[in-house]
Design a binder for this molecule. Structure first.
Ligand SMILES: CC(C)(COP(=O)(O)OP(=O)(O)OC[C@H]1O[C@@H](n2cnc3c(N)ncnc32)[C@H](O)[C@@H]1OP(=O)(O)O)[C@@H](O)C(=O)NCCC(=O)NCCS
Length: 162
């Protein structure tokens, strides 16, 4: 059975493990260096303070996570946030990503978030399908805004009002 709960800094190692292949082997993440446990712990603590960070757990192992973070720094953007979700490759397509978002989005609304945005580096069929299933709408596509793994990468931005 999969359970969902708020993350703690103690989840940093597993979250970093789940995230690492998306940094090192794909352009799903635009980061070029995978964060270590310490850095992931800092990110979890920051997200818990300002937005939220949830983990999915099965057999006492974290198998996925989702969080909200600041969209832009300027003041009027404070009710907008970015969201992201990552599921361990052995547990994809089992409803984990959807359940994480179903838990996360109401919590972000409770914290006065009004707009949730997701930037999806293309192509990423699974992420686009998940966001559409979660009633995010395509806003537009930034062309060639990233250079990773030897090529220019586009980012499609999706939005859902909470
Ligand atoms: C995108 C991701 C989070 C989806 O998580 P998941 O747990 O596998 O997704 P779910 O099982 O909850 O799927 C929910 C819905 O999303 C859609 N979906 C998910 N994966 C899909 C795929 N590979 N192909 C088509 N549709 C897909 C389906 O509509 C699905 O509903 P259904 O299973 O009832 O048809 C996961 O594939 C992942 O971690 N990908 C790599 C990281 C990533 O891209 N994160 C998003 C960054 S923007």
């Amino acid at each position: 059975m999969v359970e969902f709960r708020s993350a703690t800094v103690a989840d940093a190692t597993r979250c970093a493990e789940i995230y690492e292949p998306f940094v090192n082997n794909s352009w799903v993440s635009f980061e070029l260096n995978a964060p270590d446990t310490a850095e992931m712990g800092v990110r979890i603590a920051k997200a818990l303070h300002s937005h939220d960070w949830l983990v999915a757990e099965a057999d006492e192992e974290v198998i996925g996570y989702a969080y909200g973070s600041e969209h832009r720094t300027r003041g009027a953007y404070q009710t907008s946030c970015d969201v992201a979700v990552y599921v361990d490759s052995d547990h994809k397509r089992q409803g984990v990503g959807r359940s994480l978002y179903e838990a996360l989005l109401p919590r972000l609304k409770d914290r006065k978030m009004h707009a949730a945005l997701a930037g999806i580096a293309l192509p990423n069929k699974a992420s686009i399908a998940l966001h559409q299933a979660m009633r995010f709408e395509l806003v537009g596509t930034y062309k060639e805004v990233g250079w990773k793994m030897g090529g220019w990468r586009d980012v499609a931005w999706f939005q859902r009002l909470l």
